[in-house]
Design a binder for this molecule. Structure first.
Ligand code: DGP
Length: 115
């Protein structure tokens, strides 16, 4: 049995984290290293899926739940518009292998390059 992911440890209150939203299947936290004025991570409570490829194949409804929470956060913390990013694999900048979506908002025009 592998160790719980960093995100599960935040959900369980073992390490600090700013939880922005939570429902029965999904939660969201602020990213520790924000790349935009709003930078949240939307995460399924299950660690079953490493990345969005596995998630989309295994539980597309859960992926839809993540998008709904992303929209909720963008509405509460930005103007409802948001950029959604899934990094998939180490060579694509994924570092935590518990699937998560980056939600970026309040981005200054022309500032998207680099993330
Ligand atoms: P990725 O590189 O796509 O796997 O994104 C992982 C993100 O997780 C990265 O942007 C930084 C964030 N992160 C890593 N450790 C922590 C932590 O302890 N707390 C929070 N809030 N975010 C973290």
């Amino acid at each position: 049995m592998s160790e719980p992911s960093i995100f599960t440890r935040i959900l369980n209150g073992e390490i600090p984290g700013d939880i922005l939203a939570e429902n029965d299947r999904v939660f969201a936290i602020r990213d520790i290293d924000p790349q935009a004025p709003l930078h949240a991570l939307v995460i399924p409570k299950t660690e079953q899926y490493r990345d969005v490829t596995e998630l989309a194949a295994g539980d597309p409804g859960l992926m839809a739940d993540m998008v709904a929470v992303a929209k909720q956060i963008a509405t509460e913390h930005a103007n409802g518009e948001y950029r959604l990013i899934f990094n998939n694999g180490a060579s694509a900048a994924q570092s935590v292998f518990h699937v998560h979506a980056h939600v970026l908002g309040n981005i200054e025009e022309g500032k998207l390059v680099g993330f």
